[in-house]
Design a protein around this ligand. Structure first.
Ligand code: SF4
Ligand code: FES
Length: 374
């Protein structure tokens, strides 16, 4: 069955995606050991050119996509970023830049503002500057990020700060929230590492203990009460200590199209880890065709579900959890996510969680050979 063959028994069309996740490049000045990019990073020479990205953005607007998230790697490594932001904004999409901030200088900020960027999401590796720089393996990163906040605030743009939580910084969640409040961020994400790709490779070095997770949850809940109406706090926990899975990406191919730097279309950033798929490319297919392709329809909705999901009253809340996590832990993407305690494979999560109690091995940093600009 090729990528565009309709599956029997499914409606011909599905409501359009809410968001386009444009992974413009895998190049990045940072080397975080939990990067959501695949282990096999795409090189600069494989990246889609400007003309193709502009066409994709036009197609997204025509399809009814509401939000365009420019991400990477570091999307600011693309020289054409402002042209792409401008085209997305002209198409009526809400534009969001997800950046490490280390190259967001005055000139770049002015150009993005002029292009019509609506929102910037700035990631931190820690609130402790030395640890921040160690995790990203980039000396001086914290100082540059702090300066980037002032530029974003100076441009009058809404700001989300993103802190990625793992065993080495889980005790500083309170300080992260205090910092976000002091920076007058509209939103802060306290997001525990998700264990796919590089995160899975570094799981033994990153997974927090149950006690660390519980402490961070208590801190977040107290801050949510204190800061209600002032700052939104998003909180993402690791599935390894959960009893039910999260609704990954809002359900497989229900809300997002993720486009890799080379133009491969994926229902989520980790889908390339799944064997037996023929993911369509924007080089050969329109976004409308991609959205109705076999790869996107395979785990959409509930028809694909086995038991215990099939008869579960949460099946339209978490959509059976994460397909990539199910595959990473069991070798089968079509079964209930082992994060669910109703799954017969749930013991695999408990076994892996034991890793959090042993000494941390060194990080395996995410590496790309060269940071060239195009
Ligand atoms: Fe979710 Fe399936 Fe577990 Fe029910 S059985 S909670 S649908 S993962
Ligand atoms: Fe792929 Fe969850 S990351 S479905």
């Amino acid at each position: 069955m090729n990528a565009l063959t309709p599956l029997p028994g499914l409606p011909a069309a599905f409501p359009p995606p809410m968001g386009l996740i444009a992974e413009l490049t895998h190049r990045c000045p940072l080397q975080c050991p939990y990067c959501s990019n695949p282990l096999a990073l795409e090189s600069a020479s494989a990246e889609l050119d400007t003309e193709n990205w502009l066409r994709v953005l036009d197609e997204a607007a025509a399809l009814g996509v509401l939000q365009c998230h420019f991400t990477g790697g570091e999307p600011m490594a693309r020289r054409d970023l402002t042209a792409l932001v401008r085209r997305a904004a002209e198409g009526g999409m809400y534009t969001n830049l997800i950046t490490s901030g280390v190259t967001l200088d005055d000139r770049a900020m002015a150009a993005l503002k002029d292009a019509g960027i609506d929102h910037i999401q700035l990631s931190f590796q820690d609130i402790d500057p030395a640890e921040n720089d160690r995790v990203g393996n980039h000396a001086g990163a914290f100082v540059k990020k702090r300066a980037a906040i002032d530029r974003i605030r100076g441009a009058g743009l809404p700001l989300t700060l993103n802190f990625v939580i793992q065993r080495h910084n889980a005790g500083r969640v309170g300080a992260m929230l205090d910092f976000a409040e002091a920076m007058q961020a509209e939103r802060v994400e306290i997001a525990h590492v998700q264990y796919y790709g590089w995160g899975l490779k570094n799981r033994a070095a990153l997974l927090p203990t149950r006690a660390q997770l519980d402490d961070s949850t208590d801190v977040v809940e107290a801050a949510r009460v204190r800061l209600r109406g002032k700052m939104v706090i998003d909180y993402v926990v690791p599935d390894y200590h959960a009893s039910r899975p999260k609704s990954c990406m809002g359900g497989w191919a229900q809300r997002f199209i993720n486009i890799s730097p080379s133009g491969k279309c994926l229902p989520c950033h980790a889908a390339e880890t799944l064997p037996g798929f023929d993911f369509p490319s924007v080089r050969t297919h329109s976004l409308a065709e991609v959205w109705e392709s076999e790869a996107f329809r395979r785990y959409r909705g509930t028809d694909w579900m086995p038991e215990p999901c099939r008869s579960c009253d949460r099946r339209e809340l978490d959509w059976g959890g994460c397909r990539c996590e199910a595959f990473a832990l069991t070798g089968d993407a079509s079964i209930t996510d082992p994060a669910c305690e109703l799954s017969p494979d749930h013991y695999l999560m408990a076994e892996a969680a034991l890793e959090s109690g042993v000494a941390s091995p060194p990080f395996i940093y995410r590496r790309l050979k060269a940071l060239a600009r195009v």
